[in-house]
Design a protein around this ligand. Structure first.
Ligand code: 13P
Length: 265
């Protein structure tokens, strides 16, 4: 698993005007992406269309921060996955800020994961326990419920393409850092759960990210977690200076292939 590509996505949340977002995306578009790393950014909805044009012919991927579960109709204020089709390659689903502030349920999230695949978009499906759940030793149960309910409408093939982000709620935007053993435990739990529900192939293929107060200083140690495929970064993704070193750390965590010098052969 350690030889797999790494994925780093910057979730800009509700930050930047369209002008600021496009200007920042333009700066990232000029960066050299390390070998073995996929990099994505998740700007606010109004900037997606313009940024998708800026990112054309760069390796950078675009993620929407949200998308509705119905494709069209009388749903005032919503943006559907159908509208995102062809613009973003990924969509965040079930982010804890939407689960807790906007009261999104596991059922709603399940339908969004299905809508993403129906429209050719990869969901970045976020799971994680609150501080109270952690203190009550409910982490395993929460992860197991969120995964079984959230993925229930997907085929094993779709699950194998899904990105699952473990984002413990208590470590998001708090500066509170999950320890390597917390992350390792969650990664193992998620893979076991997916394997039990969808089989070995899906369990080993599913991409697992960690998110929660990731910085350039701690990224390298998280990336050493066995079975972890990358990072979902919030606050530290808001400037080139704090985000790109995380992308570079992901590049350094990918084992280098032994290159044979032609002259020596
Ligand atoms: P922070 O990195 O700011 O803690 O946010 C994490 C997150 O919610 C990414 O989706």
């Amino acid at each position: 698993m350690s030889s797999r590509k790494k994925l780093v996505i910057g979730n800009w949340k509700m930050n930047f005007s369209v002008r600021q977002a496009t200007s920042y995306a333009g700066k990232l578009a000029g960066k050299q992406i390390p070998v073995g790393v996929t990099v994505g950014i998740a700007p606010q909805a109004l900037a997606l269309s313009e940024i998708s044009t800026i990112l054309q012919k760069t390796g950078l991927k675009l993620a929407a921060q949200n998308g509705f579960y119905k494709d069209e109709g009388a749903f005032t204020g919503e943006v559907s996955m159908t509208m995102l089709r062809g613009i973003s390659q990924y969509v965040l689903v079930g982010h804890s800020e939407r689960r807790h502030i906007l009261r999104e349920s596991n059922d709603f999230i399940r339908e969004k994961n299905a809508a993403a695949f129906r429209n050719g978009i990869i969901p970045v499906f976020c799971v994680g326990e609150t501080l109270t759940e952690r203190h009550n030793y409910h982490t395993n149960q929460v992860l197991s419920d969120q995964i079984s309910l959230g993925l229930a409408d997907l085929t094993a093939e779709e699950v194998s393409k899904t990105v699952i982000a473990y984002e413990p709620v208590w470590a998001i935007g708090t500066g509170e850092q999950a320890g390597p053993e917390d992350v390792q435990h969650a990664v193992e739990k998620i893979r076991t759960e997916v394997t039990q529900l969808y089989g070995e192939a899906a369990g080993s293929a599913v991409t697992i990210l960690y998110g929660g107060s990731v910085t350039k200083d701690n990224a390298g140690s998280y990336l050493m977690t066995p079975g972890l495929d990358g990072l979902l970064v919030g606050g530290a993704s808001l400037s080139v200076q704090t985000f790109w070193p995380i992308v570079e750390a992901a590049g350094e965590s990918v084992p280098k292939k032994i290159t044979v010098n032609k002259k020596e052969r």
